[in-house]
Design a protein around this ligand. Structure first.
Ligand SMILES: Nc1ncnc2c1ncn2[C@@H]1O[C@H](COP(=O)(O)OP(=O)(O)OP(=O)(O)O)[C@@H](O)[C@H]1O
Ligand SMILES: [Mg+2]
Length: 326
């Protein structure tokens, strides 16, 4: 399968260039056509910055200092503004946590989707009515022709997020990037919205990158997972492998901190401490201060271990599965 998105050795910093703060260091990540990748990690690990900087959407003062971001064969690092506009306007569709923020409260949702289509394809807004209904149908909005005439506040949170996804899909993007797309929704609706994203990816051969701190969600929707900590990827691989036998102690900690799914089952001990902030990352392995199995060597930067086709950034990746730990 071809990679739709390929990020390689991405470094991102912010602040005064004479005294910069590094936010992302050496992230490599790719997403194949027809697949969903989940990017996970605690708050502040750099998930959003990685994606936003890659798409040229990061805020002022945030800059890429090294690395490559290729989208369908086009290099985005250093690309000119027309290229980036084309990328943002159609090649990539973005979905954010708060659908209200993405939608104009004063405009009917159908008109907003039509406008997104019009911006890219031209023509009159009215001419795109069929496309709007098609998109709303695709994201599972019942009675789409009627709902198209609704204003955002007239829809439930789940319906609004479906509309936001429809807008993201409006110009047939090859990549969908969703940053915490279901965090604002209640649990039953979360699964439905994720299913919409997953199907829009699989059925149409797109690629999707879903950012979340909810591991349960990743297990449900993603094919592959990348775990971030302090601006780095510490483990990546197939969801099946990583969840069955996480190699990095941080991944193990995240998995163990999940609430038990079955009632009555003991919840495992949560990780102690908090992740360090950019600018105060420990020398060596940034997770070492919280790591239950850290040793002397962990005060120096850990190498990437790629034994048995797995990938983790740790001095002593854990090779036993977590079975028995529970
Ligand atoms: N423009 C900026 N200038 C300085 N620091 C920034 C800037 N943008 C983000 N940061 C810092 O970079 C770190 C990573 O932020 P990011 O938003 O990528 O985290 P995240 O992994 O997406 O977390 P969350 O799960 O809370 O969304 C944070 O400590 C944040 O404060
Ligand atoms: Mg974020």
């Amino acid at each position: 399968m071809t990679d739709v998105l390929s990020i390689e050795d991405l470094w991102v910093e912010a602040g005064d260039p004479r005294d910069p703060v590094t936010l992302v260091r050496g992230v490599s990540l790719s997403v194949e056509a027809g697949s969903v990748v989940g990017l996970v990690g605690e708050s502040g690990s750099g998930k959003t910055v990685t994606c936003m900087a890659s798409l040229g959407l990061a805020g002022r003062g945030v800059r890429i200092t090294r690395g490559s971001v290729r989208l369908g064969g086009t290099e985005l690092v250093g690309a000119d503004e027309p290229t980036m506009r084309r990328v943002r306007g159609g090649v990539v569709g973005t979905v954010f946590q708060d659908p209200l923020g993405a939608l104009n409260p004063l405009q009917r949702v159908g008109d907003q989707i039509a406008e997104a289509v019009q911006l890219h394809r031209g023509g009159r807004r009215r001419a795109h009515r069929d496309r709007v209904v098609h998109l709303l149908t695709q994201v599972g909005v019942p009675d789409p022709a009627r709902r198209a005439r609704a204003y955002p506040h007239e829809l439930s949170g789940g319906m609004r997020q479906r509309v936001a996804i429809a807008m993201a899909l409006a110009n047939d993007p090859s990549l969908v990037v969703a940053d915490e797309p279901t965090t604002a929704l209640d649990v039953t609706v979360q699964a439905q919205v994720l299913d919409v994203i997953r199907r829009a990816t699989k059925d149409d051969g797109r690629a999707a990158l879903i950012i979340t701190h909810d591991l349960g969600l990743v297990a449900e929707v993603a094919d592959r997972v990348a775990v971030m900590y302090a601006g780095q990827i510490v483990e990546k691989g197939s969801v099946a492998e990583v969840f069955a036998a996480p190699r990095h102690p941080y991944t193990q900690g995240l998995l163990a901190s999940r609430p038990a799914l079955e009632p009555g089952r003991r919840r495992l001990s949560a990780m102690g401490g908090r992740p360090p902030l950019p600018g105060s990352w420990p020398v060596g392995c940034a997770f070492a201060p919280r790591c239950p199995v850290a040793v002397e060597a962990c005060t120096t930067p850990p190498p990437v271990d790629q034994s048995d086709g797995r990938w983790s950034r740790c001095w002593h990746p854990q090779v036993e599965s977590m079975e028995g730990v529970s």
